[in-house]
Design a protein around this ligand. Structure first.
Ligand SMILES: [Zn+2]
Ligand SMILES: [Zn+2]
Length: 264
C-alpha cells in the first residue's frame, strides 16, 4: 500500500488564477475520498479589491494595501468563514500567505492563528522585476522568507519558483540558507508539483533530510486534474534516496483538529 500523503496546498475559486476548481467540488470529493488536504487560497487575491485582484503584483501594491486594510480584512474573514463552514472529511482551512516587499503580511494579524495550515509564499520580488544583481535578489528572497517565518508559517511553498521563473539561478548557498531557516524557524519545505523545479527541489530535499527539516507535499491544485496526483513528489522522495517506509516520519502531517488537541 502506498503511504497516504497530506496535500498542504490547494486552491478554489477564491484564487484569481484557479481554473476549474471550486469549493463545492472539494466538498464532493470528500464524500468519496479520505484524502487529507488544506485549502490555501492566495491571501493577496482575496485581500485586494475584486476589481483589482492582481493589485499585489502592481507597482501600487503598498498604497493599495494601505487603502484596503479594512475592506481587505473583511474579505479575508468572509473567506475563512466560508471555508470553515464547508469544512468536511479530510479538508483543512488555510491560506497561501503573501507578504509585501517590506515584510508586512497581507492578512489580518488576529486571524492567522485560527487557521489549520499557513503556507507562506514569496510571490512578488521587486528586485526580479527590476533585474537587479543576483546578490540583491537573494537578499530580498532571504528578507521575505525571514518575514514569513516571523509570521509563524507552517510551511514555505515552492521556495524557488519565482527566482527560477525569472531565469535566475538558485545557488547551493541559497538552498543551504533556506533549509537552515526552516530548521531554525520550525517550518516545513514544500515539494510542489504545479510547476516543477526538479533540480532545486532535489538539492533542497536532500539537505532537508540531512538536517532533519520536515518536508511538505503540495499539489498546488489550480485545476481538478492536479488533485491527488503525487507522482512528482514520490519521484523526488525516491530520487533523494528516502525509502517509502520512512516517508511519514519526514513529511508534514495533517493538523490535529482543535477538539482532538484539547482532549489530549
Ligand atoms: Zn504560490
Ligand atoms: Zn498556490
Amino acid at each position: 500500500m502506498q503511504t497516504a500523503l497530506f496535500d498542504c496546498h490547494t486552491h478554489t475559486e477564491f484564487s484569481a488564477c484557479a481554473e476549474d476548481v471550486s469549493l463545492q467540488r472539494y466538498v464532493e470529493i470528500t464524500r468519496t475520498s479520505d484524502q487529507p488536504f488544506a485549502i490555501t487560497d492566495h491571501s493577496a487575491q482575496i485581500f485586494y479589491p475584486p476589481t483589482n485582484r492582481w493589485g499585489f503584483w502592481s507597482d501600487d501594491a503598498v498604497a493599495l494595501f494601505e487603502a484596503n486594510i479594512e475592506s481587505g480584512g473583511a474579505r479575508i474573514r468572509h473567506y475563512v468563514d466560508t471555508i470553515r463552514e464547508a469544512q468536511c472529511g479530510g479538508m483543512y482551512v488555510g491560506t497561501e500567505l503573501d507578504v509585501l516587499p517590506d515584510g508586512r503580511m497581507v492578512f489580518p494579524d488576529d486571524l492567522l492563528g485560527s487557521l489549520d495550515t499557513v503556507a507562506g509564499a514569496v510571490h512578488s520580488m521587486p528586485t526580479l522585476k527590476a533585474e537587479r544583481p543576483l546578490d540583491e535578489i537573494y537578499a530580498e528572497f532571504r528578507f521575505q522568507v525571514t518575514a514569513l517565518a516571523g509570521h509563524g508559517i507552517d510551511l514555505l511553498v515552492h521556495p524557488y519558483r519565482l527566482v527560477l521563473a525569472a531565469g535566475a539561478p538558485v545557488s547551493d548557498a541559497l538552498v543551504d540558507w533556506t533549509v537552515r531557516c526552516a530548521r531554525d524557524g520550525g517550518f516545513a519545505l514544500e515539494i510542489n508539483s504545479h510547476k516543477q523545479c526538479e533540480d532545486a527541489d532535489l538539492r533542497m530535499v536532500r539537505l532537508a533530510l540531512e538536517m532533519g527539516v520536515t518536508l511538505a507535499i503540495g499539489t498546488d491544485t489550480h485545476r481538478t486534474s492536479e488533485f491527488g496526483d503525487f507522482s512528482y513528489h514520490r519521484q523526488i522522495l525516491r530520487d533523494a534516496g528516502l525509502p517509502e517506509e520512512s516517508w511519514s516520519a519526514h513529511l508534514l502531517q495533517p493538523p490535529v483538529a482543535a477538539e482532538a488537541a484539547a482532549a489530549e
